[in-house]
Design a protein around this ligand. Structure first.
Ligand code: ADP
Ligand code: MG
Length: 255
């Protein structure tokens, strides 16, 4: 049997502040196997980022458990909508920030960083500062910085949302291909249903707040191996899109 990298068991969570309690998650249970690429979709404000923060260990669940495979503990990569690159450092210095802080900057790490820069078409920009790069390039650089840490589990919270549509299509396709080729286990939050279907092996649909799991849909596309953009032309794509669209619309319509 495949070993799960992550298991969420009956996760519940509420925010408490002066205005009272905001219930965000109810009884969320699922597991993610090694090498799986899962997308999470759900209405805006339903609790997606909260769930990711709990998985990352940044928030503690009110009840329930997060079980991480031993090898993955402490090896979580987290990438957000903003690239958070340091403006005064070159791209090269930015992507080696993690190993530098950890005092784990070895020749191997540098080799890996070179390889990733070349895979993402950024070798030429290695000595540039972030403000000399386009939004799409900066987002690629931010992902390289995360990947250099060789995380066992990669968490991506709407990483393409700040990009314009054209850039978003090409950056998400590139990143999707590289994540797939690396075999890394990944969870991607997105509000773009087409992106979820074209990139992920599986889409978890959350209900409106407080989020519960509404659906868990495996994605098998005949064209997946060619590229995430080509996958959008797969015959099954439209049916999956309609299924997800209905799930989410029902939530907004209160059915
Ligand atoms: P999503 O990522 O799905 O858009 P979030 O997980 O960010 O949703 O937020 C879920 C709900 O919890 C939202 O209604 C949001 O307003 C609320 N929320 C998020 N962070 C806090 C906080 N620090 N304090 C109180 N409420 C919060
Ligand atoms: Mg969010």
């Amino acid at each position: 049997m495949t070993q799960p990298v992550l298991e969420c068991k009956n996760i519940c969570f509420s925010y408490h502040n002066l205005n009272g309690e905001t219930k965000a998650l109810t009884n969320i249970s699922f597991q993610v196997n090694k090498g799986e690429f899962m997308a999470i979709v759900g209405p805006s404000g339903c609790g997606k980022s909260t769930l990711l923060s709990i998985i990352a260990g940044l928030l503690n669940p009110e009840s329930g458990e997060i079980l991480l495979n031993e090898q993955e503990q402490g090896h979580i990569g987290y990438m957000l909508q903003q690239d958070h690159l340091l403006e005064w450092r070159t791209i090269w210095k930015n992507i080696l920030l993690g190993p530098e802080i950890n005092k784990s900057l070895t020749r191997e790490k540098e080799k890996l960083a070179y390889k990733l820069l070349s895979d993402y078409g950024l070798s030429k920009f290695k000595d540039k500062k972030p403000n000399e790069l386009s939004g799409g390039m900066k987002q690629r650089a931010a992902l390289i910085r995360t990947m250099v840490m060789e995380p066992g589990l990669l968490l991506l919270d709407e990483p393409f949302s700040a990009l314009d549509y054209q850039t978003r299509l090409s950056v998400s396709a590139d990143i999707g291909k590289i994540i797939r080729a690396s075999g890394i286990t990944a969870i991607l939050i997105t509000h773009d249903l087409s992106e979820a279907i074209s990139l992920a092996d599986r889409v978890l649909v959350l209900s409106k707040r407080p989020a519960r799991i509404k659906n868990d849909i495996p994605v098998h596309l005949t064209l997946k191996d060619s590229s995430p953009l080509a996958a959008r032309n797969a015959p099954e794509f439209q049916d999956l899109f309609n299924l997800l669209w209905k799930d989410i619309s029902d939530e907004y319509n209160g059915t």
